[in-house]
Each structure stands twice: as structure tokens, then as C-alpha cells.
Design a protein around this ligand. Structure first.
Ligand SMILES: O=C(CO)[C@H](O)[C@H](O)COP(=O)(O)O
Length: 219
């Protein structure tokens, strides 16, 4: 696949997802280059009374520039959230966080009644593979890193908008559920990029012959 084919696929998946949004909905916006195609597709639809929340300052700024009404995330529930992914397995496990926004992305996805994942054809994998993005508390960072010897701070040591330190875990992911549970129980880990199939309702994967729409069971 060429870079321009991948870009066309990101756009196709994003445009298909934009059609799932209806007037009056409360919508969560993810982060990344695939979501960057979603924003103009939503703006073009000229939907009425849609309220948007964003998972990153980057998305918020781009959405506002297109005239989308982004508000602080102070809603108990969203109708839909749409986001990209770094990897998706046949069983709909995801690795997210390539852009370091995975903590906010999980919070927004978890609040949504429908979480829609958009992907180009380079994102499906048979098995999840490292690196796995992490967000770590800045407080006590050395002690947290000592608990996670396979973790490295991401180049430039980026921080999340909430002050967390972005890192990546370089260990095999043989059992995603077990690894997620271990990380959830590790002091100092704010969040990680493993999103379970139970969170995912739809996966839209664009390929050379169109957009495949996987409808999953979600919760
Ligand atoms: O999780 C993410 C950001 O934290 C993105 O959704 C993920 O990295 C995919 O990004 P892109 O659409 O640019 O490939």
C-alpha cells in the first residue's frame, strides 16, 4: 500500500463514520490523522444541534476551526464516539495511544453508547504487538519505571494535557486481558492503550474495495 492509498482509506473510513452521526447527538471526537478526515466530513454534513467533546487540544482546535461546537467534557453520556486506532485484531482488541491521547480517548469512548473505530487497511493485525502506549503519573515516575522494566519514555518525553508522562511498553502481548489487568493494578500507571472488544461497537476498515463494517457486540 502506498502512502496516498492509506490516506485515501483513512478518509473513506472517516467519511463512512460521519454518516452515523445524526442531528441532536452528543459526539466524542478522537485524535489522530484518521480523525483529521472525520472533522471536515462532519462539518460538511451541516448537522443541527450536535454537541461535540474532544479527546485532545489538537482535535478541539481543528474542530472549532471548522465550526463544530466543541464543549468541555462535562456530559454523563455520549451518543457516539469515533476514533482511530493503531492496531485492531480480528476479535476487536485495539492498541491505541500512538498520539499519546489514550487516557482521554478511553474516557470518552467509555461514556459513549456507541464507540466506532475507523481504520485504514494497515491497521488490522492478527495479534497485538508492542509497543504499547502508556500514560504514567509524573509523581514517582522513577518508582513506576522500576516496576515496568520494559517501558521507555517516549522521545521528547511528551506530557498528556493532564500532566501524565507518555511512555511505551516493549513486551510481548500474548494475553491482552491479563496484561491490561496487570497494568490497571500497577501503581503509577494512569492508563494504557489496550482497549478491549467489550468497549467497541463498530469497526470501519477501509480497503481497496470499499469500507468493511464490522458490527461487534460491545458491552
Ligand atoms: O490512539 C490514537 C491517538 O492517541 C490514535 O487514534 C491512533 O494513534 C491512530 O492514529 P492515526 O489515525 O493517526 O493512525
Amino acid at each position: 500500500m502506498t502512502a496516498s492509498e492509506i490516506e485515501a482509506q483513512k478518509r473513506a473510513a472517516a467519511e463512512a463514520a460521519a454518516l452515523l452521526v445524526e442531528d441532536g447527538m452528543k459526539v466524542g471526537l478522537g485524535t489522530g490523522s484518521t480523525v483529521a478526515y472525520l472533522l471536515p466530513a462532519l462539518a460538511e454534513r451541516a448537522l443541527r444541534e450536535v454537541r461535540y467533546v474532544s479527546t485532545s487540544p489538537r482535535t478541539e482546535e481543528a474542530a472549532r476551526a471548522l465550526g463544530l461546537a466543541v464543549e468541555p467534557f462535562a456530559l454523563a453520556e455520549l451518543d457516539i464516539a469515533i476514533d482511530g486506532t493503531d492496531q485492531v485484531t480480528p476479535g476487536n482488541w485495539l492498541i491505541k495511544g500512538g498520539g499519546g491521547a489514550h487516557t482521554r480517548e478511553r474516557l470518552v469512548a467509555a461514556a459513549a453508547r456507541r464507540f466506532v473505530v475507523i481504520a485504514s487497511a494497515d491497521k488490522p493485525v492478527q495479534r497485538l504487538r508492542a509497543p504499547l502506549p502508556l500514560e504514567l503519573h509524573a509523581f514517582g515516575l522513577e518508582a513506576t519505571l522500576a516496576r515496568l522494566p520494559e517501558a521507555t519514555l517516549r522521545a521528547g518525553t511528551p506530557r498528556s494535557p493532564d500532566g501524565g508522562v507518555i511512555a511505551d511498553l516493549h513486551e510481548p502481548i500474548d494475553d491482552p486481558a491479563a496484561l491490561a489487568a496487570r497494568l490497571d493494578a500497577t501503581p503509577g500507571v494512569v492508563d494504557h492503550g489496550l482497549f478491549p472488544p467489550s468497549m467497541v461497537h463498530d469497526v470501519l476498515i477501509a480497503g481497496t474495495t470499499g469500507v468493511e463494517h464490522r458490527r461487534t457486540q460491545g458491552d
